[in-house]
Ligand binder design. Structure first.
Ligand SMILES: Cc1ncc(COP(=O)(O)O)c(C=O)c1O
Length: 388
């Protein structure tokens, strides 16, 4: 049986895979079984910020693998303490909880908000969380409920209580929901990734912040996709002038290994106590050693490069034939095209470029350090695929 046939026979049928078997890679170049090379503008869906098999990250990970792999959370280990300190120092957040995925980071955020409400009001009646329509927060039952897209909800009910959905960029709608419910928090992505790479307006975010201050609601920012340099700052909230109460992240900070983090601000930093939350693999030394390396290299120089590459892509595609509009921030880019996004992705695949979709758009999430030559070549191929 071929790998594709074994996959079909033995793996749960949750992914519509492309007819390609990838076997190796370096940086922004991936290779398939036939030796064909692809320029990667997807980075494993915003994960490989320094591309595949990055030397420095590999060194950090293999050193740790050879030293101490897993201990459980019953003992202190250095990599997770170092990572938490680095994150707090660079974000102004106060404590970190480590899990294994974006969904788990958001689960933690939801639990922290609920426990904060319970401690404050002594009952469960003040725990509603406002999320935004068109959002995506994960696929566990609670994060699926938080996700404001009906398409993801079909066939998985009943859902958990305590979520209401506001129109993105509609402050009146957020105000209305805050009036009608006993809300503890507003949870949002600053650029809705899976929802089509839609950026929130700064005015809207400022309005939500003012409302949250007035109503004592927590602000939870989901930076699973926007985080870790992707939008041109370490975290997108830093560009919006926010001091969130909870920030969640995952994907890029793992550099290719699973990690999810909920960072807690001053108001909620002590909400979690021993026994209130946990996970076996959370804070795994190998994942954390790799993440320390990734985080230490997301510096001003890299962020300037992200901005320059972003400008280049916006300029190249802005007026390109077959392009209706370009949206996003930094190297998180959505392209609305005249042709179907799926056809463009398939044409790019044939021509040796990997791109993604987000709803009806073509989505780009390249490695942040992709070489200029590779980027220019890939964008030229993408433009060709969009135009033809
Ligand atoms: C904004 C956002 N939140 C949460 C998630 C869920 O992350 P994970 O797939 O690691 O559980 C994703 C995944 O795409 C995401 O984009």
């Amino acid at each position: 049986m071929s790998i594709a046939e074994i996959d079909k026979e033995y793996i749960a049928n949750t992914y519509a895979r492309f007819p390609v078997e990838l076997v190796s890679g370096k940086g922004a170049i991936l290779k398939d079984t036939n030796g064909k090379e692809y320029i990667d503008l997807g980075a494993g869906i915003a994960v490989n910020v320094f591309g595949v098999a990055d030397d420095e990250w590999l060194k950090a990970v293999t050193n740790q693998l050879n030293t101490l792999t897993h201990t459980s959370n019953l003992y202190f280990t250095e990599p997770c303490s170092t990572l938490a300190k680095m994150l707090c120092e660079r974000t102004g957040m106060k404590k970190a909880f480590f899990g294994n995925s974006g969904a788990e980071a958001n689960e933690c955020a939801i639990k922290v908000a609920r426990r904060y409400a319970f401690e404050k009001y002594g009952d469960e009646n003040h725990s509603t969380i406002i999320t935004l329509k068109n959002s995506f927060h994960g696929r566990t039952i609670a994060t699926l409920t938080a996700t404001g897209q009906d398409g993801y909800h079909t066939h998985f009910g009943p859902f958990v209580k305590g979520f209401v959905y506001a129109e993105a960029n509609n402050l009146d709608d957020v105000k209305r929901l805050a009036e009608e419910n006993n809300c503890v928090a507003v949870m949002m992505e600053l650029v809705q990734g899976e929802g089509g790479v839609c950026k929130l307006d700064k005015d809207f975010v400022d309005g939500v912040k003012a409302l949250a201050d007035e109503k004592d609601m927590l602000i939870i920012i989901d930076e699973v996709q926007t985080g870790n340099g992707r939008t041109g700052s370490l975290y997108a909230f830093q560009q919006y002038g926010l001091s969130p109460d909870i920030v969640t992240t995952a994907k890029g900070i793992g550099g290719g290994l699973p990690i999810g983090i909920a960072m807690l601000g001053e108001k909620v930093k002590d909400v979690l106590v021993p026994g209130s939350h946990g996970t076996t693999f959370g804070g795994n030394p190998v994942c954390c050693a790799g993440a320390c390396n990734i985080l230490s290299r997301i510096d001003d120089e890299l962020l300037a490069e992200v901005k320059a590459k972003s400008e280049y892509i916006f300029e190249e595609l802005g007026n390109a034939q077959g392009v209706k509009s370009v949206s996003g921030l930094g190297l998180m880019i959505g392209i609305e095209t005249e042709k179907s996004a799926k056809d463009i992705v398939n044409a790019c695949l044939q021509k040796g470029v990997l791109v993604l979709t987000a709803k009806t758009k073509v989505r780009l999430l390249p490695p942040l350090n992709i070489g200029w030559d590779e980027l220019k070549k890939a964008i030229a191929i993408l433009k060709e695929a969009i135009a033809e």
